[in-house]
Design a protein around this ligand. Structure first.
Ligand SMILES: *Cc1c(COP(=O)(O)O)cnc(C)c1O
Length: 419
């Protein structure tokens, strides 16, 4: 339990993640301003697309307004590829089931619903905190007709992509990667985002590099990139007037946003190195406590370490009860829980956060199906890995410019929680 030794709060709040600017961002933004390219076209967008495709190792990239927009476009692509063009008003996934990561941000699965589809949530595994290939295999046994799978790489840690791909191939399904959190992470020598039919990246303000907002869709298909470019600019046909044969969207990236992001590109690897150092320092600083860090496959993957997280061992958990919107706990010597640690960190003005609450536990998706390796869970009592990680885990302050001194004080407070 937290033993308060009158820890001094930080003068300035220590954030979970926040943007960090270096200089070139302003140059490219100003260039857009001075040349009046204050629109959704221009040199900055072209450069962001070229740099992203080059970094990810794919042929094409389309700059969009958000990672969520990229996911929407990717699902529309996949839907049309599998089920054909939808009738107006029905969506490309109308009444079709789509398998999706369960332990993730809701922007991973909402676009399935934008297209009229039904997300079916696949449980998580303990080795990378991502989609469990065994649970996915089981899902295909139950629903062999499903042909699209959305896989998120949580907190910048690559999922078990070889195993997941083998299951998808065996069942003739395509993979969409939600690499919003994992820009720059590598799986067996390849960048996340390059492993499926389409990859989706985010340049939101709290991601590893940012344009203030923005997202990118990456693919090796020229046809797919051409479609996304057209859809995201209101689906204009090649005619002298506004001619429309398909539903359009206003999803293109702004050239000002692209200027910021373009300026951040040279610093991606530096940010990853700083995030990795933060992760290593937590790992070392928390040694001896009954906790572990968010794990990854050290042999086959190199995460971008976007957020450092910790997981409390079951035997070191004090009693914690979470309701729909708040939680409480019973303090106990030698034990702690995420609620207590978050409270203690808040006391010194350090921002932590619970792990993503699994989608199948969200009121909006509670009636959707959830499939774990040991049971299909509508009523049955299966092992629920995502909920277990949610109950015992938390995200730690991880922003790139956090000082060693700040981090040491945070570690001290976490240690005090287990006294
Ligand atoms: C941030 C995020 C998104 C959405 O990206 P935006 O650019 O904020 O729209 C999607 N999926 C995951 C897992 C994310 O963390």
């Amino acid at each position: 339990m937290f033993v308060n030794k009158n820890y001094r709060p930080f003068e300035e709040k220590v954030w979970l993640a926040k943007p960090f600017m270096h200089g070139p961002e302003q140059t490219y933004m100003t260039e857009a301003y001075e040349t009046n390219w204050m629109t959704t076209a221009g040199k900055n967008i072209e450069e962001v697309e070229r740099l992203t495709a080059g970094k990810i190792g794919v042929k094409y990239c389309v700059g969009l307004s958000a990672g969520t927009a990229a996911l929407h476009m990717a699902l529309k692509l996949a839907g049309e590829a599998v089920y054909g063009k939808p009738k107006i008003g029905f969506g490309a996934l109308f009444q079709k089931k789509v398998f999706c990561s369960d332990c993730t941000f809701d922007a991973s699965c909402n676009p399935i619903v934008y297209e009229g589809g039904i997300p079916v949530f696949i449980d998580t595994e303990y080795e990378t905190w991502n989609m469990d290939p065994e649970a996915l295999a089981k899902a295909f046994k139950l629903y062999p007709e499903v042909k699209i799978v959305v896989i998120a790489h949580l907190y910048g840690t690559p999922a078990k992509m070889d195993e997941i791909k083998a299951v998808c191939d065996k069942n003739g399904a395509v993979m969409i990667e939600d690499a919003a959190e994992s820009f720059g992470a590598v799986y067996r020598g390849r960048q996340t985002g390059s492993l499926g039919m389409a990859g989706c990246l985010s340049a939101n303000g709290n991601k590893i590099i940012t344009g203030t907002a923005g997202g990118m869709l990456v693919t090796n298909s020229f046809e797919a990139s051409r479609k996304v470019k057209k859809w995201s600019t209101q689906s204009r046909e090649d005619a002298p007037w506004y001619q429309h044969e398909e539903l359009g969207y206003n999803y293109r990236m702004s050239n000002v946003v692209a200027g910021v992001l373009r300026g951040q590109f040279p610093y991606l690897e530096e940010h990853i190195a700083l995030k990795k150092r933060i992760y290593e320092r937590y790992k070392k600083g928390l040694e001896g406590l009954p906790v572990s860090m968010n794990p990854y496959d050290e042999k086959n993957s190199e995460p971008n370490f976007w957020l450092s997280c910790m997981l409390i061992k079951p035997e070191a958990m004090c009693r914690q009860v979470r309701g729909e919107r708040d939680s409480c706990y019973v303090p106990e010597h030698g034990k702690s829980c995420p609620t207590e640690i978050l409270e203690a960190m808040g006391f010194i003005r350090a921002e932590g956060r619970p792990i993503w609450k699994p989608m199948h536990m969200q009121p909006i998706y509670r009636r959707n199906e959830f499939i774990g390796r040991e049971g299909s869970c509508l009523g049955s009592s299966s092992l629920d890995v995502g909920m277990d990680i949610f109950n015992r885990g938390l995200c730690l302050p991880s922003h790139v410019k956090m000082t060693e001194e700040e981090q040491n004080r945070i570690i001290e407070v976490i240690r005090a929680c287990f006294e």
